[in-house]
Structures are given as C-alpha cells and as structure tokens.
Design a protein around this ligand. Structure first.
Ligand code: SF4
Ligand code: SF4
Length: 586
C-alpha cells in the first residue's frame, strides 16, 4: 500500500456540503466507479483506497477539511500494525521493550504514541490493518515481527511471561474513577508490600491521608506513578510521567523510574521533556508521520543519537526526512537583548499569604524582555506576578510602574464556546503571527471542552498573547505540547513581545524550553508552601548557575546539536564544571 485516505468522521458533514461533494468531484466516481460512497455504518464519506488515484481533488474541495489523502513513504511497504477502521488512522510498527533498559518514545502529538504503547501494554488488541473488526492473535503478531526484537517480546507475551503495569497519560481522571484517600488507593495497588518505601521515595508522606479529590496535579502524577510501580510486573510503562511536576520532582521521578530496569524488568517511557527523556532512557524510538493520518515507529537508537536525529528531522538509515527543517540550539547562552525602557520594577516586597510568605528584593522588567521563572511548585511564582499586576497588594515594599497583565493559568478549563467565538478578533489580527503557527484553524469549529490537552493549551496561549496588555504571564505553556510545538511557542512569544514592545514572564519546568525562550531568569528559592524568595532577573548564565546549585545538577551542551544535557553525577564534566562553578555550560 502506498497511499492511505483518511476521513475525519467528526468533521465530515454530508448534509453541510450539499450531499457528498467529494464523490461528485472525484474523477474515479465520475467514470462510474464507487471510489467515494456513503459508509453503510455511519453515512460519512468512505473512500476505497484501492480505487483512489491520489488526484488530490477531494481534500481541496471538502468544505470541512475532513479528507486527507496521504502518499506514504515508499519505504513503508508493510501493512500497518493497527488501523482505526477504514479510512482511519494507521500505525506502523511498535516500540520494543528490552529487559534491563529504559526505552523511550519520542515524537510529535497525534501520530499514535499512546496507541503504540497501549498495544505493547496489552490494553489495545491490534488488528494488523484489518477493518473487519477482527483482532490479531499472538501467533500472527509473532510472524508479523519475525526476525526482530518485537518477535521475542510477543513470544513472551504469548507464553504468559510478561506482566505489565501501565501509567496512562492523563492523571486528571483518577479522582473521577476512585473515591478515598491516597493511602487507600495505593494500598489497593500494593502487590509488593512496599507502600511505605515508595511513599517516602516519591515524597508523598504529607498527602498520604488526603482525599484523592483534594490533591494537586503534581501530587496526582506522583500518586499514579507510585500505584504503577507498586504492582508486581516485569514491564512498566509510563505515558508522560512528568506533566505537572517541577524540575526537582522530574529529576527525582526520573531516577526512580530508571532504577526499575534490571535483568528481569523492562521500562518503556513516552516523554516530551527532552532533558528528562535524555536523562531517563538508554534507547529511544523516534516516531514520525502525519497528525491524525499515520504514525511510524523507527528502529531503536541510543538516546543521544536518537534525540539528535529527531532534532535534525532526518532518519539516515531509513532514508526518511520527517521534518523539512532541523531544530537548532545556540552555541552560547542568549545574549541579553531587551528594550531600554523599564516596564515595571519592585523593591523590598513582602507578602504573607496564609502560612506562606514571599519576599522579593529588587528587580526590573524591561520592555521586550522574555523572562523565564524557575523554581519549585508552591514557591510563589504566580503570587509574585499577581503583586506586579496589582491584583494582590504587598504588605511591604514598592512596585514601580502600573502594568496590565494577560494571564494564562497552569490548569486550563474549557467552556461551551466554540474556539472561533473565544478567539474572536484575534483570528484576523494575529493570523500570521499566532493563529497559523499554532495551527488553530482546524480547531475553530470545536467547542473548548471538546479539545485535547494540547489543543486547549494552544488555544489558551493564542488567547493570552492576543489580548492587549503590558505584561504577559504564561504559566506552564509547555504542558501537553510536543517538542516541535514547544519550540514554535517559544518563537511566537519572542516575536509577539518584540512586535508589541511588551514583556513576558514564563513559568515552566522544561529546561530546554526555558533555555530556548528566555533572555533572562527570575529564580525562586525557599521551601514550598512555607516561604519563597525571588532573585533576579539574571542573565541566563548567572540565573541557571544559581538555579542548578539548588538542584544539585550540572548541565552541558551536547557536542553536535548543542542541546542542553544533564551531566552524569560524578562524571568528569560534572566535577570540572562544579570546580569552575559553571553549572550551566562549561
Ligand atoms: Fe462532504 Fe467533506 Fe464529508 Fe465529503 S468528506 S461528504 S465533501 S463533508
Ligand atoms: Fe477521488 Fe482519490 Fe482524487 Fe479524492 S484523491 S477525488 S478519492 S481519486
């Protein structure tokens, strides 16, 4: 098969297009054959891929952009491992768990990473591309993967030698499925009798008696990871284990997950934070394809090579260019480049909020600045910005310059409005600068509460940046976005600030994103929920040095692509950088 036709069932609206417009314009239909006809199941358009000649007329004429005709790479001659029905998404190949190793999966959103991992976890039975509803048996899968690592894996699955424990991507649904305390939930999962140890390792002691419905996103994530590892298994799968976690927690959780892999245990991880993926995995599979159309899993690569290949956009062995531009990093920390005019400033700020106290010495934000805010969760980042915006009055100290703030919160809520209605004027005004680069157009006719996490994030960023304000605060804009989207968002933020002559403060825990986006850093230190102090803004070198000191890690730039990497503790680079007190890039 060299071509697949995708019909997006939600978008296809035969009554709205005047009655199967696609079939009317299809040259094959016009010759009297049934290339496009109504599906007997749901009356949506159904395309016969064997008859389609790939003329490209129907995708252009469908008023709802419901059709995609995809010419598959020539190298991809195999049948898919799974297809979501006729004219549905197709997945090619699978990632392979390996005993004693942590294997990662790296790719953009919408190309089947979660589907692939669900098949490996045994949650979804693959159909080898058959659309008659029949599932593939293990013997079929074994012969499908003959001669590869996956063959061995599925032989073990068939022989009942694999027990899987799986942490799904979204943890937000746990409180809807379970009532009770954290301890009650973990006790149910605890087949190993290690509840107390895991609670201690993941620092859950303070919330162990809390109701599961009352804990934060980051706490929920750690509870979900704890429940996963408390189950007896020899394959542990983690789908995005670091969402909602701050960098300190990310590193802790990474070490914990790494420690699970041994001669009898395999670990598989999907993760968009490349620093963490780099830190946690031995090998990675790259996934590429077309969002909503198809996804292909590459052969495994060593992590360093795999991430570099992903950033480069070209798989040499497979002779496959999957992005037409490479993602590049700068050789030096970004040079301080801001406007001359001060946007706002502060001095001697003190604020008590319940049991939490915040202090901020002295600092200024210039017009055109993009400042990264780094620090643990619960250390006063949002409270500080509220003080700058005059939403909260400080108990002591002074704020210079009155600023209006446009705010994108960390947790997003979708209402009943259409995306088109929510964005209003911004659609025309910022078409080239925000709407197109964030690929908002395909979402316009959807309601906010129908969007996925990543889609809602893109809309929320567009909304925040398109409002009129002096200061833009974006709280965790990278959450649910893939690596390419994160890089794109950082460019959009810089571009909008430059264009408007305004400034942005960006709270995020993905250090590659912060490194890519920020001109300066504000560093928050202290003890979460007890006290926080704000220092800076610093230039990147100084700010990161201060921040990394608190985290007890050092970072270097990878030699080829210059992307930031965490040094192995105690390695030569780590020791050299520590003695030179240059924790961020030697
Ligand atoms: Fe109409 Fe588009 Fe559906 Fe074809 S795919 S029936 S043109 S809405
Ligand atoms: Fe018909 Fe295929 Fe052309 Fe669409 S792309 S109009 S299905 S031949």
């Amino acid at each position: 098969m060299t071509r697949i036709a995708i019909v997006k069932k939600r978008e296809c609206n035969p009554a709205g297009c005047g009655g199967y417009l696609c079939a009317k314009v299809c040259p094959v239909n016009r010759k009297g054959e049934d290339c496009i006809k109504p599906s007997p199941i749901n009356q949506k358009a159904q395309i016969d891929e064997a008859l389609c000649i790939g003329c490209g007329i129907c995708p252009n004429r469908c008023p709802f952009q419901a059709i995609d005709i995809i010419n598959l790479p020539e190298e991809l001659q195999k049948e898919p491992i799974h297809r979501y029905g006729q004219n549905g998404f197709a997945l090619y190949s699978l990632p392979t768990p390996m005993f004693g190793k942590v294997v990662g999966v790296l790719g953009v959103n919408g190309i089947g990473k979660s589907t692939a991992i669900k098949i490996v976890a045994g949650v979804l039975k693959p159909n080898l591309g058959r659309t008659d509803g029949s599932e593939a048996g293990y013997d079929e899968l074994i012969s499908f993967f003959k001669g590869t690592e996956a063959q061995n894996f599925f032989e073990k699955v068939r022989d009942g030698k694999i027990t899987t424990s799986y942490k799904p991507q979204t943890v937000d649904s746990i409180p809807k499925q379970f009532s009770g305390t954290v301890k009650e939930l973990l006790s149910k999962a605890d087949q190993k009798g290690m509840l107390d140890k895991v609670v201690e390792l993941l620092e859950l002691e303070k919330i162990v008696n809390s109701d599961i419905k009352s804990i934060s996103g980051g706490e929920l994530q750690r509870v979900a990871i704890a429940a996963t590892v408390l189950k007896k298994a020899n394959l542990y799968i983690f789908d995005e284990p670091t969402s909602y976690l701050d960098i300190k927690q990310r590193i802790k959780v990474s070490k914990f997950i790494r420690g699970l892999a041994d001669a009898e245990t395999a670990v598989l991880v999907i993760e968009h934070d490349m620093i963490i993926l780099d830190y946690i995995t031995d090998l990675v599979h790259i996934m590429y394809g077309k969002e909503g159309g198809f996804g292909v899993v590459s052969m495994p690569k060593t992590t360093r090579m795999g991430i570099n290949i992903f950033l480069d956009g070209y798989l040499k062995e497979e002779n496959m260019r999957f992005r037409d531009y490479p993602i590049k990093f700068a050789a030096k920390p970004p040079v301080q480049k801001a406007g001359k005019d001060v946007q706002c400033g502060w001095s001697g700020v003190q604020k008590k909020l319940g049991n939490f106290s915040l202090s901020a010495d002295k600092g200024e934000v210039y017009k055109n600045d993009v400042i990264g805010l780094v620090g643990e969760n619960g250390i006063g980042k949002t409270s500080f910005v509220k003080i700058l915006a005059d939403v909260t009055k400080p108990d002591a100290g002074k704020i210079d310059g009155k600023v209006t703030v446009s705010y994108k919160p960390q947790y997003l809520e979708g209402g009943d409005d259409l995306v088109m209605t929510a964005l209003g004027d911004a659609l025309d005004k910022y078409d080239a600068q925000i709407i197109r680069p964030l690929n908002i157009k395909p979402l316009l006719m959807k309601k906010l509460n129908e969007l996925s996490g990543g889609e809602l994030q893109r809309v929320a960023i567009a909304l925040c940046l398109s409002r009129k304000a002096d200061l833009y605060l974006l709280d965790e804009p990278s959450a649910y976005l893939d690596v390419e989207q994160r890089i794109r968002v950082s460019k959009i933020i810089a571009d909008v600030m430059e264009h408007k002559g305004t400034s942005a403060l960006v709270v995020d825990h993905d250090l590659i994103f912060i490194d890519y986006l920020s001109k300066k850093l504000l560093v928050f230190e202290g003890e979460p929920a007890v006290h926080g102090s704000v220092a800076g803004p610093f230039d990147m070198q100084e700010g990161m040095n201060k921040f990394l000191t608190g985290l007890e890690i050092t970072m270097r730039r990878e030699e080829e692509i210059l992307r930031p990497r965490i040094n192995k503790p105690g390695s030569q680079k780590d020791r050299e950088q520590r003695s030179a007190n240059k924790l961020y890039y030697a």
